[in-house]
Design a protein around this ligand. Structure first.
Ligand SMILES: [Zn+2]
Length: 139
């Protein structure tokens, strides 16, 4: 389960609308309780979408950004608990590409942005070889 503040969702909505019609992406930082499969988000950090050719339906995160955000989280005593990205004019469901890059124990927020307006969103997690929708508690 993912526990996340409403304010962080608002930040993702804003970033998604500003980045439209391209996909925007970033890291969800916080704490993981592995025993209870509970991730608590405390911060979101947007990073550049490195995929310039198909930025409308693909996103890529540079390894340097990964390292930089990991270090930043370390300094704050938290960790990367997930990744968020938008689907401009597409539903909030993971694509085949999303699945290919997914890692276990992480939350994947996918937010649909329709006609420039943030719309539905869901959080997904890897289970076996596929994604399942995960429960979200807004705090
Ligand atoms: Zn996607």
């Amino acid at each position: 389960m993912l526990r996340i503040k409403k304010e962080l969702i608002h930040q993702i909505e804003k970033q998604g609308e500003e980045g439209y019609p391209y996909e925007i992406c970033g890291f969800i930082l916080g704490e993981i309780d592995y025993e209870n499969d509970l991730r608590t988000a405390v911060e979101v950090v947007q990073v550049e979408n490195q995929n310039k050719e198909r930025a409308n339906d693909r996103f890529e995160i540079h390894p340097k950004d990964y390292l930089r955000v990991e270090r930043y989280a370390d300094e704050k005593g938290i960790q990367i608990i997930g990744i968020y990205h938008t689907h401009p004019d597409h539903p909030d469901r993971p694509s085949e590409t999303d699945l290919r890059f997914a890692q276990p124990d992480m939350s994947y927020i996918i937010m649909s942005v329709k006609n420039g307006k943030a719309s539905d969103w869901r959080s997904w997690k890897l289970e076996g070889s596929g994604f399942v929708q995960e429960e979200v508690e807004i705090i």
